[in-house]
Design a protein. Structure first.
Length: 135
């Protein structure tokens, strides 16, 4: 039986937007961290308590962090399920993709999405090699 994974266009778009959001969030976080590290020597020492204004954002910040964590875990589940059920994909590429998704989700998820979900037909190197018919 052919049990190929089929995803509707709306599911592909939803997963793509969620994956892009997580990727961009990582980029913004890394750039923000680099900015803080490299601008630290020029700033005055910080020895004051957080202001009330910054504390007013705490409920939003915590809610956002929880949302992002649920989104990442949901995407972990989706990509793991898709990789396991994706019978056309090369076993080697599936295993490597799952490891990269697990250890480096900000790179692994977009990679897997582009190769197996976004492209209408995955590249030949990403597919199982079909046994050549012998005559």
């Amino acid at each position: 039986g052919n049990s190929e994974m089929y995803l509707s266009k709306s599911v592909k778009i939803l997963v793509g937007v969620a994956t892009l959001f997580i990727f961009l969030l990582a980029v913004v976080f890394i750039l923000g961290w680099m900015y803080m590290v490299f601008s630290a020597p020029t700033n005055a020492p910080i020895n004051e308590l957080p202001s009330q204004e910054s504390m007013d954002y705490m409920p939003f910040t915590l809610s956002f962090v929880c949302f992002v964590q649920f989104l990442i875990y949901g995407l972990y589940g989706f990509y793991a399920f898709h990789a396991i059920k994706n019978n056309r994909a090369s076993d080697f590429i599936r295993v490597i993709a799952l490891l990269v998704i697990f250890f480096f989700p900000y790179f692994g998820m977009p990679f897997y999405y582009i190769i197996y979900i976004f492209l209408p037909e995955p590249p030949s190197w990403a597919l199982k090699q079909q046994p050549s018919p012998t005559s």
